[in-house]
Design a protein around this ligand. Sequence first.
Ligand code: ZN
Ligand code: CA
Length: 369
Amino acid sequence: MIDTNRLINLFLELVAIDSESGDEREICDFLKQYLSQFTKDIQEDNAGASFGGNAGNIIARIKGNAPAPRILLNAHMDVIAPAKGVKPVRDGDIIRSDGSTTLGADDKAGIACILEALNAIRGHSLPHGDLLVIFTVSEEIHLKGAHALDPKHLDADFGFTLDSTGVAGDIITSSPSHDTIAARVFGRAAHAGMEPEKGTNAIWVASRAIARMKLGRIDSETTANIGIIKGGRATNIVPDQVEVTGEARSRNLEKLDAQIAHMKECLETTAAQLGATVKVGVQREYMAYKHSEQIPVIQHAVAAAASLGLEPHFISSGGGSDANVFNERGLPTAPMGAAMQNPHRLDEFLNVNDLAGAARFTLALVHAK
Ligand code: ZN
Ligand code: CA
């Protein structure tokens, strides 16, 4: 019932629309127009206004015609830069970019699967329950769109986020909590040649602190990284300021808190020992979830997989998605494999057979039998 050609053409049309995070106006208008063939109940909120974006989240409702759970289908409209003027290249079953941009299968593969499932439902008059479709903005910037969404819109029994690597039948059952840690180390500036002893080198202090940190893979459910260092003005000035930004993630909140406390302690103790000062800020970007295989959202996905003769695979993810926010707000939501490969890279690609499989799986999730 999935029309593979229509699905692929829709995907190609979507990736050709520029939509880097915060610049979702054009794709938002395209999607509202596309959804209008299925329902009149389409809203756009003002999420973008709260963080300088030019579009809001789309919330669309399609009334059910059969007794079935109320299901949320979710994907995000923004893509990872560089993604202006994406030129998709078809190479047999593979679609990739020309190498100068990301492809944007993250997450336009998810959007295409959802829209094609709706096409199939309507075209074949299939039975389904109430459907809630939410396309968010700026997911790639710490889930800003989902965070800005009014929770009153989340009135469904459970939801599926089409935004993950993997294929049909891949069901994400857990995801970590994620903290950002941002520190500013203050030393004292001095001329590096004439009076270096009067200075305190903030870069040296920061590097000593970082050298003490446990980073990388901490354990099976915890990771940590220092990702950005910015500071210094000239080689002949002892630098008086440096910014150090990093993150930690864990599927176990106590371990996350312990790791962040450890990173903070490294910075503070080292600064104090070496005559510098430091200001450390910590921001919780999103909360972990861990779904039991017995709860309705997972059971529903397992049944959908079985209806297609697929073996379900339960996956613990190291990444976050809009599902983290919806779960935190009380709507049980699980991400599904959406065919994208190498997301966030210039060699991002997908296989059209995987895309068709993910669309068939999306349809199976909403097709009431
Ligand atoms: Zn994504
Ligand atoms: Ca992503």
